[in-house]
Design a protein around this ligand. Structure first.
Ligand SMILES: Nc1ncnc2c1ncn2[C@@H]1O[C@H](COP(=O)(O)OP(=O)(O)OP(=O)(O)O)[C@@H](O)[C@H]1O
Length: 225
């Protein structure tokens, strides 16, 4: 379970301090799959950065399965992210000089044996429909295929939290539906907690839970009035 309490976050731009987030309380249950909606600039990505520990709140508390993320040093937050968070980006962030499989191999925990690694990767590339393309370079893959490889990279270690920021934003509508459905199915089967930022109301309909940022962020609620 993830709990946010009395969170605030401001940025200073051109000497002016601007409050972006004011979240009195938000609770995400283990295994929930949430589409996070809201207009551009309403703080959705900032909220994901707080959940992943990329940023810290100015005030307030974030607990992830009991871990007080808001008290962690940057090094401890980096380790937390590496161990407990899977991140999916709009533009995939695959390393262009490595094959799809090598990109995934990069995050295999050192505790996994060679056999466990081979079995897991064989299984996942088959499950996402990339068995025949896993040894191809990213530029040899379609955008949808690249995102499928990026999804394996995000979920392979069964992180406590999967965060996806516009994961289908650069895909055509049909591929977007397929990729979103794959991501949702994997998180349901593996019981992973998923928070996805999307602008696409149609894709958000696929999610069991939809949250408009105005429901949790008092700043964007005020600015929407
Ligand atoms: N590091 C930063 N420094 C200064 N301002 C920032 C920073 N990160 C975000 N902001 C500002 O915070 C506000 C919210 O940004 P954020 O990216 O969280 O919005 P968003 O809802 O994800 O928008 P979009 O849907 O367009 O991606 C914007 O006004 C943005 O300019």
């Amino acid at each position: 379970m993830i709990e946010l309490n009395n969170i605030s976050k401001s940025f200073t731009m051109h000497g002016q301090k601007l409050k972006i987030l004011s979240v009195p309380s938000w609770r995400i249950e283990q295994g929930e799959r949430i589409a996070l909606l809201g207009p551009s600039g309403s703080g959705k990505s900032t909220l994901l950065h707080l959940l992943s520990g990329v940023m810290v709140p100015d005030e307030g508390e974030i607990h992830v399965n009991g871990l007080p993320l808001h008290t962690f040093s940057q090094g401890k937050r980096d380790r937390f992210r590496a161990e407990h968070v899977g991140y999916i980006f709009q533009d995939f962030h695959l390393i262009s000089s490595l094959t799809a499989r090598q990109n995934v191999e990069l995050i295999v925990p050192h505790t996994w044996s060679k056999k466990q690694t081979k079995d897991q990767l064989d299984d996942w590339f088959e499950r996402v429909g990339l068995k025949d393309r896993q040894h191809h370079m990213p530029y040899e893959l379609s955008r949808g295929q690249q995102q499928r490889a990026a999804i394996i990279r995000a979920i392979l270690t069964k992180p406590q939290l999967v965060l996806a920021d516009e994961p289908t934003g650069s895909l055509d509508w049909e591929t977007a539906g397929d990729v979103m459905s794959l991501l949702l199915n994997i998180c349901e089967t593996e019981k992973l907690t998923l928070v996805t930022v999307t602008h696409d109301l149609h894709l958000a309909e696929m999610y069991p839970t939809r949250v408009h940022i105005g429901e949790i962020n008092e700043v964007s609620r005020r600015s929407a009035v």
